[in-house]
Structure formats: structure tokens, C-alpha cells
Design a protein around this ligand. Structure first.
Ligand code: FBP
Length: 407
């Protein structure tokens, strides 16, 4: 089995590097052809991907090794491996907490109910605990300036610690995250996940005076409210039949599977590319009658097989974004939470759900749009703002975009 993994890794990785260097020039995706109302997904020619011409038979390519090699090839990312090691440790701990939650009594609502987050949602015990685990793991890396989380009312400034230990605290990054996405499903053992996005931290960011916020608070906010195009890395960890860690640093998408025998995430899905067309859609169809006509009509055509591809689509919906996006990346399809009469901006949050997942989707060759604009280009004005979203196989998402631009 390890030999098989080794060969597939070597083949896949070598296969991948060649196209990156030759194909991914911005001009190859002429915007006029695909996107009428949204800009071209960025190719980031500068980021170099590691080449593994020697892989340990026992461990395979671990996430830790992968990140060390990325940093060696991309000096500007030299501090990213330690931040990723914090995220990796937190995800392993969360995977354990979720898996054992029925046995350890970590099910149900926090404080027996009544613990409401800033979005008015009743917090689960696991929402609060996974948020703490991730916050601490990130802070201990010494690489974090600010963090924003679904479970935190406002962005949190991560003060550098006054330690006498020579500790290279640089607070170089900003982390945004949803510690346990799909937590409404967790007590039923349905897949859930952690979503994260990493931005550069700008110590010198200029802030306006604000009567009800301190300068530091304003700096935190300004450092957090960035468009997805500013992301330098994003990813998710899926807690399901296996525990998957899927990430991008702007040069394609890599999937790792947790090998519990060695406690390491091992490269199992190098260079994930989403199929350009599909026949799977993934929405909460109960909201369909309230959707915008272009969205509703396109999905109706997919149901009947009268859409652009002429294929009759099937429906798959877990109700946990990480699970639905993971399947969509691997099998193709269209996932989303469009706007509707009830939720003008849909349900999903732009900063720590929409943007990180859209970066992954575009880096895998897919598209992510509100129907009218590219999700990655939206500049957030609030930390918890919501955004309508349709993402997935590019020809199918383009069909939705064209329906909106015709409307
Ligand atoms: P949180 O659980 O992090 O609040 O995420 C929202 C979410 O559960 C997504 O994971 C999922 O895609 C969506 O809401 C499901 O919403 P609905 O139950 O309305 O279909």
C-alpha cells in the first residue's frame, strides 16, 4: 500500500509541476470567454511547488515536510510552516474531540444552552472548545498578529508575549477561521470541519479615528477586513470517515489524509483539479422557491437535463459546507447557498467561509461567484458579513453567471 502511495505521489507530483510552469499563464484563461461579470482567477506564477523525488516509504510526504519544502522554495513564506504546524496540531486535537464527543459528553449546547454568539446562534459545547483550541494553537506559534473567528464577536489582537525566552515572535500573519463548520450536525455524527484563511499582518496599517474603537481595535479590524484576493493560504480540515486536510498557498490544491498510525497528515491528493463540468448540484433546495429567478431556473434545467450540458443532474447535500465542498472538489459539481427572499446575502460568511473556500476552488480550476461578482474580490465591511455563493465546476457555475448577466 505505501509503495502504491509512493508511486502515485511521485507520478502525480511530477505530472503536476510541468503544467504549472507552462500552462498557468493568466492569458490562458481569457476572461471574455468564461467570465462576463467577474474577473479572471489569479495564477500565481511566483509560488513554487515542492518536487518530491525522494519519499519515505513509511511516512509518505507529510504535511510538515511539504510546508518545510514550500518555505525553502518560497523564502517569503519562511514563517508559514510554524503557523501551519499550529493549525495542524489543532485539527488533530479537534478530530479527536469530535470523534470522542459522544463518549466524553462534549455534545449538546454550551452552558446547557443560552450561550449565543454574535450572529445570534446558540453555541454548541464543541463550537466553544474548538475555538479555544485553535486560538491557543495559533497564538503559541508566535506568528499571529490578529485572529478573527465565527465564535468571536470582534477580531482579536494577539499581543506578543513578554517572555524572557528568546522567542521569535513576529506576528506576521492574520488568521480567520470557522473552528467547527457544520456544528449543527455534529451531535448526529455528520461530517463537520474547520475552515481557515491566512493573510499578511500589516503592523503599519493606517486607521481612521473611530469614536467607539481604540486605535488597536481599528488596526485589528483593518487587518482583518481584506478581500480573498489578499489570501496567502487557505484550507479546511474535514472530520469524516477519514480526516482530510486540504490546503492551497496559491499554487494548486493539495489534500492530505490523517494516518493515525503515525499521527501525521500524509499527501494523498496532490494537485486536486475539479472537473470542468459535472452532474451534481448541492444546495438546500427547501429555499429554492425564494431564490433569484436566474438561480432557480438554472437548477430547474439541471434537474430536467435541459441545461447547457444537456445532462440530468443529481442532488447531494450534507448541510456541512466542508463536506459538500470536499465532495465537489473531488467529484465535480456545484455547491452553494444563494441569496433568497429570506436571506438577502445567503447564509455563509464571507471572511472565514466564503473567501477561504473560494480561493481553494479557484486554485483547483473551478469558479466561485455570487452570480454577479467574483467572491474573492469582495472587500468585507464587517467581520461576520454573509455572501451569496455558487462555487464548483467552472462550466456549470459559468452557466449560472450567464443566467444572472442575462437577467
Ligand atoms: P456553521 O455551522 O459554521 O454556522 O455553518 C453554516 C452551515 O452549517 C454550513 O456548513 C452549511 O453549508 C449551511 O450552514 C447549512 O445551512 P442550512 O441548514 O440552512 O442548509
Amino acid at each position: 500500500m505505501k509503495l502504491l502511495l509512493l508511486i502515485s505521489t511521485l507520478v502525480a507530483v511530477n505530472g503536476y509541476i510541468t503544467p504549472l510552469l507552462s500552462v498557468r499563464s493568466p492569458t490562458s484563461r481569457s476572461p471574455t470567454t468564461f467570465l462576463r461579470s467577474t474577473a479572471t482567477p489569479p495564477a500565481s506564477p511566483t509560488r513554487k511547488a515542492p518536487i518530491f523525488d525522494e519519499v519515505c516509504e513509511t511516512t509518505g510526504v507529510t504535511l510538515t515536510r511539504f510546508m518545510i519544502e514550500v518555505a525553502m522554495l518560497n523564502p517569503e513564506l519562511a514563517e508559514l510552516p510554524s503557523l501551519f504546524s499550529g493549525i495542524e496540531t489543532a485539527c488533530k486535537a479537534i478530530s479527536n474531540m469530535v470523534k470522542r464527543s459522544q463518549l466524553t459528553g462534549l455534545t449538546g449546547l454550551a452552558d446547557g444552552g443560552g450561550s449565543i454568539n454574535v450572529q445570534g446562534e446558540e453555541q454548541k459545547q464543541l463550537d466553544v472548545m474548538t475555538n479555544d483550541v485553535l486560538k491557543r494553537a495559533l497564538r503559541f506559534t508566535g506568528k499571529l498578529g490578529v485572529l478573527a473567528s465565527e465564535e468571536e464577536d470582534t477580531p482579536v489582537d494577539v499581543p506578543s508575549r513578554k517572555t524572557d525566552v528568546m522567542f521569535d515572535e513576529t506576528s506576521k500573519y492574520v488568521a480567520v477561521f470557522d473552528p467547527l463548520d457544520g456544528s449543527s450536525n455534529v451531535d448526529a455524527g455528520i461530517p463537520t470541519g474547520t475552515i481557515f484563511g491566512i493573510f499578511e499582518h500589516d503592523e503599519e496599517c493606517v486607521v481612521e479615528d473611530s469614536k467607539d474603537m481604540t486605535e488597536d481595535e481599528m488596526k485589528c479590524l483593518v487587518n482583518t477586513l481584506k478581500p480573498g484576493t489578499d489570501l496567502i493560504a487557505s484550507g479546511y480540515c474535514l472530520y469524516s470517515s477519514s480526516c482530510f486536510f486540504v490546503m492551497t498557498i496559491g499554487n494548486g490544491v493539495y489534500g492530505f489524509t490523517l494516518d493515525e498510525n503515525i499521527g501525521e497528515f500524509v499527501l494523498s491528493h496532490p494537485n486536486i483539479k475539479i472537473p470542468a463540468t459535472s452532474k451534481i448540484y448541492s444546495f438546500n433546495e427547501a429555499n429554492m422557491p425564494q431564490w433569484d429567478p436566474p438561480m432557480r431556473e438554472t437548477v430547474e434545467k439541471w434537474r430536467l437535463g435541459t441545461g447547457r450540458s444537456g445532462k440530468q443532474f443529481s442532488s447531494r447535500y450534507i448541510g456541512s459546507m466542508v463536506g459538500d465542498v470536499h465532495r465537489t472538489l473531488l467529484y465535480g459539481g456545484v455547491f452553494g447557498y444563494p441569496s433568497d427572499k429570506k436571506n438577502k446575502n445567503g447564509k455563509l460568511r464571507l471572511l472565514y467561509e466564503g473567501a477561504p473556500m473560494s480561493y481553494l476552488m479557484e486554485q483547483a480550476g473551478g469558479l466561485s461567484s455570487t452570480g454577479k461578482e467574483r467572491v474573492l474580490e469582495i472587500v468585507p465591511t464587517e467581520v461576520h458579513q454573509r455572501v451569496p455563493m455558487v462555487m464548483g465546476s467552472k462550466d456549470d457555475v459559468q452557466e449560472v453567471i450567464d443566467a444572472y448577466s442575462k437577467a
